[in-house]
Design a protein around this ligand. Structure first.
Ligand SMILES: NC(=O)C1=CN([C@@H]2O[C@H](COP(=O)(O)OP(=O)(O)OC[C@H]3O[C@@H](n4cnc5c(N)ncnc54)[C@H](O)[C@@H]3O)[C@@H](O)[C@H]2O)C=CC1
Ligand SMILES: O=C(O)C(=O)[C@H](O)COP(=O)(O)O
Length: 376
């Protein structure tokens, strides 16, 4: 069996080498003809799986993307050809939620406010939005959810519409890129919506660049608007609008989901899907590939913002990604270089914390840290 795999799939060798001949390729520069004998195709978001690519792979039985988003795959073309496909829904939801939380603690420190005084509007209440909501609620932060498609499906959680979201202090976007239909998300934050933000508001985009009109954002900043933005994703990656960068408070190279656990979980989910599809034994666990963590255990006596920030930033400090991004993104190939050489980042669960009273314990667990066994 010939298994073709985008070279950015972490732990692909560990999971798939036993099942056939593994061939690696580079996503953005792929020539479809190199996949001519592929039985299985494993990708991340930088490989476009479209009709052109599929027409070069007559033996293809399965295409899997080790990502949450599927907008790089033409699902109709796959269906039309009877090729099974899958994604890794939710694999990196914790990672993205932790990216947003790191950004919030950094902004709170920089701008001098308390998280508990802010209302956070979460647009898209799927895997990422729900993780973020749970973690924020665990530390007493006021959140609102907006997800019309889920609401229409009968989701019982309280939901608000986009107008109520626009009145929030902080707005965090977690929708897929949807081009058509009743709830499209391309340019959901178009010029009009961006112009409606006041200078005290914060907009975070860690979903897809095309959800926010980057040119309109730049024009508003050039006209003197001063609302805060955190951007992990950009229109037209990797050739992004670098003129926007000086106005963006925290910026990164589409790495919000790039924890070791998130990437491993993505590959492992595809391993499970191929095992099921082909009736192969899928016995390797997620934990079997992950290295031990190296954080020294920490303590948290009180639920104070500075203390919580210390724990959060000890595991993941978004400022390091921001600094690296500003230093490298203007260089040729800089955007992709950062992504390909991304430092090892773990999830909050990697840090053991001794907590004070039961409410501190509850908050620590809700945020995703591990309670040190002697304090359970
Ligand atoms: N920056 C990064 O590294 C990452 C980015 N992503 C992006 O974030 C997106 C969300 O990820 P998940 O939560 O895992 O996906 P998900 O599919 O679990 O949740 C997305 C939610 O958005 C909702 N939605 C769709 N259209 C909407 C609209 N117009 N308004 C409000 N809600 C709407 C859907 O109903 C769904 O509940 C992915 O599709 C992907 O594009 C995901 C992971 C990592
Ligand atoms: O899961 C998704 O969707 C993402 O956007 C990933 O975190 C980023 O995927 P790659 O661009 O690294 O494939």
């Amino acid at each position: 069996m010939h298994i073709y795999c985008e070279d950015s799939l972490l732990y692909a060798r560990e999971y798939f080498a036993g099942w056939g001949e593994l061939h690696f390729f580079s996503g953005r520069t792929l020539d479809p003809q190199t996949l001519a004998d592929a039985d299985i195709l494993l990708v991340r978001s930088t490989t476009r799986v479209d009709e052109t690519l599929l027409s070069h792979c007559p033996n293809l039985k399965y295409v899997g993307t080790a990502t949450a988003g599927t907008n790089h795959m033409d699902l109709r073309a796959l269906e039309a050809r009877g090729i099974a496909y899958g994604s890794a829904a939710g694999c990196n939801a914790i990672a993205v939620a932790e990216y947003v939380i790191s950004s919030l603690f950094v902004l709170a420190e920089q701008q001098g406010w308390q998280l508990k005084d802010k209302r956070i509007g979460i647009v898209g209440a799927g895997h990422v939005g729900s993780q973020l909501d749970t973690k924020l609620k665990a530390i007493g932060v006021n959140t609102l959810l907006c997800d019309p498609p889920l609401q229409a499906l009968g989701d019982k959680r309280p939901m608000v519409d986009i107008d109520a979201i626009m009145a929030c202090d902080i707005i965090s976007l977690h929708v897929p890129l949807v081009e058509q239909g009743e709830h499209p998300t391309r340019l959901l934050f178009d010029r009009q919506r961006l112009a409606a933000l006041n200078d005290a508001q914060i907009l975070i985009n860690a979903c897809r660049g095309e959800v926010v009109d980057n040119q309109a954002l730049l024009a508003l900043y050039q006209q003197g608007r001063q609302f805060t933005t955190v951007l992990d994703v950009w229109e037209n990656e990797p050739d992004i609008l670098t003129d926007l960068l000086p106005y963006v408070t925290l910026a990164s190279a589409h790495i919000a989901g790039h924890t070791l656990e998130g990437k491993a979980r993505g590959t492992w989910m595809l391993y499970q899907q191929v095992a099921e599809l082909l009736g192969l034994p899928g016995e390797l666990s997620l934990q079997s590939v992950l290295p031990e963590t190296e954080f020294c255990p920490s303590t948290l006596a009180h639920l104070e913002q500075t203390e919580l920030a210390r724990l959060v930033l000890c595991v993941y400090d978004i400022q390091q990604d921001d600094q690296q991004f500003r230093a490298l993104v203007g260089k040729p190939g800089g955007f992709e270089y950062i992504r390909r050489h991304y430092a090892i980042r773990r999830e909050f669960t990697a840090l053991q914390v001794s907590a004070g009273n039961s409410s501190v314990k509850k908050a620590i667990c809700g945020l995703g840290f591990t309670l040190k066994p002697d304090t359970l």
